[in-house]
Design a protein. Structure first.
Length: 115
């Protein structure tokens, strides 16, 4: 089973990107899907998560600009990123957490925002 993230790229400040994370294969017991990011020299941080009941949570720095969503039939989670800022530059990772405490991570996709 793999999580495959895509959609990253280079964008100017104020622009938008949409990241996708598709799951190849089935993961049983997933209860939270999320996006994290890691900038050079910094720790990995929460961007957004979405629970099975649809409740979402966002990191303070992206609230009001980013939106997480999921398509259950396509087994895909998305991250719509608007009004991007240079400080959003990072490698973005998707993950799935299960109700038996196992965490699956995708390979990461680079997002670069130029000023």
């Amino acid at each position: 089973v793999q999580l495959q993230a895509c959609g990253g790229g280079l964008v100017q400040a104020g622009g938008s990107l949409r990241l996708s994370c598709a799951t190849s294969g089935k993961i049983n017991g997933v209860n939270v899907r999320g996006w994290y990011r890691q900038a050079p020299g910094k720790e990995r941080e929460l961007v957004a998560i979405i629970m099975n009941n649809g409740i979402t949570n966002y990191g303070d720095s992206v609230k009001g600009r980013f939106t997480i969503s999921r398509d259950i039939r396509k087994n895909t989670v998305y991250l719509q990123m608007n009004n991007l800022k240079p400080e959003d530059t990072a490698v973005y990772f998707c993950n799935h957490k299960t109700n038996y405490e196992k965490v699956f991570w995708g390979q990461g996709t680079q997002v670069t925002v130029s000023s």
